[in-house]
Write a protein that binds this ligand. Sequence first.
Ligand code: BJW
Length: 262
Amino acid sequence: MDSVLSHRAAQILGDAHRVVVFTGAGISAESGVPTFRDDLTGLWARFDAEQLATPEAFHADPDLVWGWYEWRRARVRRAEPNPGHLAITTIATQAPDSTVITQNVDDLHERAGTQAAIHLHGSLFAPRCVAAAHPATFPNPPDGEVAELPEGRRIPPPRCASCAALVRPGVVWFGEALPEAALTAAVQAAADCDVLLTVGTSGVVHPAAEIPRIAARAGAAVIQVNPEPTPLDPVATINLRGTAAQVLPALVTAAWETTDGN
Ligand code: BJW
């Protein structure tokens, strides 16, 4: 990674008062959670994630879609936050005013100690019924069963305890509206920040992909961390090419060393 760029990025971050961290699937990749646009593996390789994450897919084949989400939930349960998640928690304690906005449906920011992350695309752990959005609970399987959940297994979704409708994952599928309060808070934070750090997102899914663009238009510095080029490259003030677990701990250490030492 270019040391001049990373030094400049650390200075910008350390000097900022209002920091937004905007994350996508790449932040969890080094915890072993596949990114959304990675090719699916094993038995799931026959399917395209973009085609499974739709209301139409659930309607057509609820067992297939519920089975995919159960498999993903199991993988997330077995995963641990990585140094990238932990560095973001440090940002939240160092910057006077910070907001973490994630597109991820896992709980790794929370398990890394970040409180009140804004989840734009919902959660793997908040299922609800399709008829009336009644929250559904389901027992957490013991660890052994989680480890052994086979890929490609079709699993019938449970029925709602209140109205007997099918239970669906509490996530935002293509064509569905994002949770209004979360989107409003995210747009506000982006419009008001000094620095937005965008980490591990392809930046192709809207309206979430507008968040870094809103910050840039409002005059904030945008620092992007991603090993690959993305459509956000021209939006970013600084592009740091590398993985989240490599780049973020060093960036955070340098940011507050730079500020403290001047
Ligand atoms: C690393 C790394 C490492 C790897 N370290 N980095 C405007 C233009 C065009 C289309 C639209 C538009 N506005 C709306 C649309 C339609 C659509 C859309 O955006 N389509 C595009 C794909 C073309 N949007 C919608 O349908 C949205 N709804 C909507 O607009 O509703 C309108 C409405 C209003 C009112 C009433 C009703 C309707 C909803 C979008 C919902 C997205 N949902 C998903 C699934 C969630 C559940 C689930 O997970 O199953 O969210 S799709 C999927 O993409 C998921 C993700 O959160 C999201 C973003 O993906 P992300 O996080 O960027 O992951 P990847 O895999 O794409 O990228 C990973 C990146 O990490 C890569 O860049 C790697 O290089 C990098 N990486 N390892 C750092 N170690």
